[in-house]
Design a protein. Structure first.
Length: 244
């Protein structure tokens, strides 16, 4: 039994998510699907970029092409436009014709120079800490008709849950990487304290005080000083006595 047409974008997104090695690869696939889906309804080839706001200012994270990424970064550089306003207001925003839109004169001038004649920003609320927007670009004015608009908004709605999962995976990966780095740092500090204890015949707390003092005197992070001592012990032949 074949799938309903309305489920196709969701199934394709799920396939991309399963096969993607990281969040950026998934978002690149999402941008490509969005561009293709909207282009089918438009009399133009649409470019699409993904802007992600994750506990900081919006950032271009992926695009259906390098051109899409560059166009989104152009809007980021100007500091305002349909995508960024869509993110702020959580409502789609259109530039129907750059030659007739007076809201962002610097952006529309630069869009015209880049042969972009119309644009559409569609927001996706992910969770309390993250939001995203699909930023569509067309080389003709008036491309984002009611039908094309509905197609873009419909795709964003279909992508919402899958994008939410992708961001959760990205956040979990970041937390795992932070935890691994913290564990490596703690291991280096513990090993360094062990070396200092053996060399100075002192307690663990005294060894920690020595290591902290060296860190302060050298104006370097504790983990970096500890890692340096461990590297010295690995066979470099450099003097390893740490007496503060």
């Amino acid at each position: 039994m074949s799938s309903a047409p309305g489920n196709e974008p969701l199934e394709q997104l799920q396939t991309i998510l399963v096969g993607a090695e990281n969040a950026v690869e998934f978002l690149t696939g999402l941008a490509g699907l969005a561009a293709a889906a909207v282009s089918e309804a438009a009399d133009d080839e649409i470019q699409c970029a993904v802007t992600l706001k994750l506990r900081r200012r919006p950032t271009t994270v992926a695009g259906s092409s390098q051109r899409a990424v560059e166009l989104d970064e152009l809007e980021q550089a100007v500091g305002d436009g349909p995508c960024l306003r869509a993110l702020r207001e959580m409502s789609p925003v259109i530039i129907d014709d750059v030659s007739a839109d007076s809201r962002w004169p610097e952006l529309t001038r630069r869009f015209a120079e880049a042969n972009v004649r119309s644009s559409l920003g569609v927001p996706l609320e992910i969770n309390s800490e993250a939001s995203a927007a699909l930023n569509f670009f067309a080389s003709k004015p008036g491309v984002f008709s009611a039908n094309v608009y509905d197609k873009a908004v419909g795709f964003a709605a279909a992508a919402h849950n899958t994008l939410h999962l992708s961001v959760r995976i990205k956040t979990a990966q970041s937390r795992a990487e932070d935890l691994e780095a913290a564990m490596q740092s703690r291991t280096a500090i513990n090993l360094a304290c062990g070396v200092i204890m053996a060399q100075n015949r002192c307690s663990q707390s005294e060894a920690m005080e020595i290591l902290t003092k060296v860190s302060s005197n050298r104006n370097r992070k504790l983990r970096d000083v500890a890692a340096e001592l461990i590297e010295q012990l690995s066979g470099s032949g450099i003097r390893t006595h740490f007496d503060g």
